[in-house]
Design a protein around this ligand. Structure first.
Ligand code: MLC
Ligand code: AMP
Length: 505
């Protein structure tokens, strides 16, 4: 019997004192140490009564122990559900309830807030703090350092990642072991990762990019990671000389280019820079090459599918494109109305099919059916084209989505809240260009007749309800929203009107 995810990502490292995580304070966690702690955590979950297939919701800071919880879930056959550390209690209660999590792992500071939610749902709660301390690791310390890996098949679920939707309700994307493994194997090969690689890892580990792309690739090839708690320019510049490769969202690269310490010398020895999760401006690609001599390798993916396309490692990395479909991934551009395939060069909606594509949304068959066709093609909601050479360019989105610093924000969720506020008749939330985050959130309010909404009070309410990164940077009050003849709000007009609001100069 077997457990493909555990066996392929972790199994080979038992007893190996090779470096896995290189921490900013100079400590190194070896593969063996990491695996022993994961096994101890797996024992804790078993002692708490968790059974294979149960969900473990984790809202914890990035740390070696947080990553060990991921490995423990794989070993114990549990479904790992990582959550953005910025989510508020309101947001969390939805994810916990919707997923039916059997265990919540949170920072000690959130325990009191989350305890009632856990009690209501009959979930267990354990703490894990940024420094690795907490009830989870306290209990783990007394446990055996090996754990009998639970049998699973490649078709079993390994993780849930919640993605918001255009209706404002988040959906749990169900990812199988095979989804994760197939993509990690393909990417490791395509990007030539080996045991000699040292990946500079400054991404969060609660999203596809930092967890399944970056971490799984390193695990599958035996290399190590410089594991930083977050993106911090000083740290990145200090650590780069020890790294061979880096992955990041476009904000990482624009911030690096904005710092005079980031020189050709500093980057010379690097093998690879990868960008994704949001569009990399062609001008950033060009400026990066001018500064360092390296051409950033841009790829395209999403929560539901992991990675779909990539620029080539050897060959032409084309600025402004996301490259070619990965081996095993089929990509077509279709007419959004009819679903018919469009000729090369024409813009339409991007659909993908392959072993990377998820199983569907947890307990939402209608939403699954609306986006995942019976023949296996997933409708991404991205608009793009394929050129004569097969390169894919994303030109926009068919979904109302803002991407700020690589985080997805669904306007509907914010609009629903704004619409409920005193004095507000209706609202529109749009994304406008921002030099650091790529896009940022702008809220537009229309007052009820004769009323003046208190924008400061509204910002406070928004602050308590929604994660910081979703907060509108500014609220603007307008007499009315532009509408087309069908009565639909014309967000394109608003986006155009405010496009220069945060641009320098
Ligand atoms: C932080 N803030 C953000 C923000 N990140 N606001 C908007 N958008 C963001 N992305 C808030 C902070 O809370 C802070 O609030 C203020 O903005 C300024 O913070 P900062 O110190 O400048 O931000 P920083 O902590 O440096 O974070 C910026 C960042 C980070 C870009 C480094 O957001 C990041 O690591 N992003 C990566 C996201 C990611 O991994 N995406 C992958 C999704 S997977 P205050 O209160 O101080 O004003 C996916 C699929 C795929 O999309 O293809 O990969
Ligand atoms: P998420 O739901 O967080 O997984 O975000 C996925 C979305 O990010 C995709 O549907 C795209 O809209 C966007 N995205 C990811 N990578 C790129 C890229 N390289 N260029 C443009 N958009 C991207």
């Amino acid at each position: 019997m077997a457990n493909p995810l555990y066996d392929r990502l972790f199994g080979a490292y038992a007893g190996k004192q090779t470096p896995f995580l290189r921490l900013a304070d100079g400590r190194t966690v070896t593969h063996a140490q990491f695996l022993e702690q994961a096994a101890q955590i797996a024992h804790v979950t078993a002692k708490l009564g968790l059974k294979p297939g149960d969900r473990v919701a984790a809202q914890i800071e990035k740390s070696p122990e947080a990553l060990a919880l991921y490995a423990a879930c794989a070993q114990a056959g549990l479904i790992f559900l990582p959550l953005n550390t910025a989510y508020t209690a309101d947001e969390l209660s939805y994810f916990i309830e919707n997923s039916g999590a059997a265990l919540i792992v949170c920072d000690g500071r959130s325990r009191e807030t989350l305890q009632p939610i856990a009690s209501d749902l009959g979930a267990r709660i354990e703490t894990l703090n940024a420094d690795g301390s907490g009830s989870l690791t306290d209990s783990a310390a007394t446990m055996p350092t090996t754990f009998a890996t639970v049998d699973r098949t490649g078709d079993d679920l390994a993780a849930f990642l919640y993605t918001s939707g255009t209706t404002g309700r988040s959906k749990g994307a169900m990812l199988t072991q095979d989804n994760l493994l197939s993509n990690a194997e393909t990417l490791a090969q395509e990007w030539r990762f080996t045991a000699d690689d040292v990946l500079l890892h400054a991404l969060p580990i609660f999203h596809t990019h930092g967890l399944f792309v970056a971490t799984n690739i390193v695990l599958i090839t035996g290399g190590s990671m410089i594991f930083l708690p977050k993106f911090d320019l000083d740290q990145i510049i200090a650590q780069m000389p020890r790294a061979t490769s880096m992955m990041g969202v476009p904000t990482f690269y624009t911030r690096l280019l904005g710092d005079a310490r980031f020189t050709r010398d500093l980057a010379q020895h690097m093998r690879l820079f990868v960008s994704g999760s949001a569009p990399l401006l062609a001008e950033t690609h060009v400026a990066f090459e001018e500064r360092t001599g390296h051409r950033i390798l841009e790829r395209y993916g999403m929560t539901e599918t992991n990675m779909n396309t990539s620029n080539p490692y050897d060959g032409d990395r084309r600025a402004g494109t996301v490259g070619l479909p990965l081996p095993g991934v089929e990509l077509k551009v279709t007419n959004p109305e009819t679903g018919e395939i469009l000729p090369r060069g024409e813009i339409g909606q991007i659909e993908v099919r392959g072993p990377n594509v998820f199983k569907g949304y947890w307990q939402m068959p209608e939403k699954t059916a609306a986006e995942l066709r019976a023949d296996g093609f997933f409708i991404t909601g991205d608009l793009g084209l394929v050129d004569a050479d097969g390169y894919v360019t994303i030109v926009g989105r068919n979904k109302d989505l803002i991407i700020s610093g690589g985080y997805n924000i669904y306007p509907k969720e914010i609009e629903l809240l704004l619409d409920e506020q005193p004095g507000v008749l209706e609202s529109a939330v749009i994304g406008v260009p921002h030099p650091d985050f790529g896009e940022t959130v702008l809220g537009i309010l229309v007052p009820r007749p004769g009323q003046t909404p208190d924008t400061q009070a509204i910002m406070q309410t928004v602050g308590a309800a929604l994660a910081r990164f979703k907060h509108p940077r500014t609220l603007i009050v307008l007499d009315e929203l532009p509408r087309n003849t069908m009565g639909k709000v014309q967000k394109n007009i608003l986006r155009d009107q405010y496009k220069d609001m945060f641009q320098p100069g």
